[in-house]
Ligand binder design. Structure first.
Ligand code: ZN
Length: 249
């Protein structure tokens, strides 16, 4: 079984299309949340995802953009984008987003999917320090998570821990890096953000989980970033949201 693992699409339809075109054949699509918010094409993203995702968990932006949570904790740019998204989504897409479950959601006995952390949907796992408690406490061997928009892996085998971010030689074309999953090891794996990467790499990010050869392959793929920026500017969303896509931060 092969799953395409995607997170933090953030209404970026151009990036999602590029990811789907580049992804190798897969049997499942696991969506880790923040489908909307920031980007200018929320309806197109939701409509495409509705047809293909086999597992969804909600993100904090999905909650705020659908009115499930107030935007009080958001910075002004995020709050403005959430209000615009709320007003732009069709009723049917709003309902679909609202119905996405809170993570973690289990896939069999070995895997869970979460937005923030498997311990709390809004926690950020940016460092080994953040990863330590969930790695110790999780019962599954793998937890996929998003929320930070940073691609990478934290793993723990007894007292041996490892933190890795893919290092790509290629910075403009598509690139990939394979991670071998070792028996007895716990893994916290972030596929990176499809629609708003923040790890200094502008390319759309995703991962492929393969249970036949016990691996996760991290991918980066170029997309039409100018078109995504033009859509943000045409929607009169804050300029910062367009500018940041170019630099991946
Ligand atoms: Zn996000």
């Amino acid at each position: 079984m092969r799953a395409l693992v995607i997170s933090d699409i953030h209404g970026n339809f151009h990036a999602l299309e590029a990811v789907l075109a580049a992804a190798p054949a897969h049997d499942a699509v696991w969506n880790l949340g923040d489908v909307v918010g920031y980007g200018a094409r929320p309806n197109e993203v939701v409509e495409l995802l509705r047809g293909i995702s086999t597992l969804d968990v909600r993100g904090n932006h999905d909650r705020v953009c659908t009115g499930l949570t107030s935007s009080q904790g958001f910075n002004p740019v995020a709050a403005e984008a959430a209000a615009w998204t709320h007003g732009t989504l069709t009723d049917s897409n709003l309902e679909w987003l609202k119905a996405m479950p809170k993570g973690p959601v289990a896939v069999g006995e070995t895997i869970v999917c979460a937005h923030g952390s498997p311990l709390h949907e809004d926690h950020y796992i940016l460092s080994m320090r953040d990863a330590w408690a969930p790695l110790q406490r999780m019962e599954s061997s793998i937890a996929f998570f998003g929320h930070t928009h940073v691609q990478g892996n934290f793993s723990l085998l007894e007292n041996d821990w490892e933190e890795e971010r893919p290092q790509y030689a290629e910075r403009e074309a598509a690139a990939q890096q394979r991670l071998e999953l070792r028996a007895g090891t716990k893994h916290l794996i972030n596929p990176g953000s499809v629609g708003q990467p923040r790890d200094m790499d502008w390319r759309a990010a995703f991962a492929i989980y393969d249970d036949m050869d016990s691996s996760v392959t991290f991918h980066r793929v170029p997309y039409d970033v100018e078109a995504a920026q033009a859509a943000i500017r045409a929607a009169k969303l804050p300029e910062r949201l367009a500018a940041r896509l170019q630099t991946g931060r």
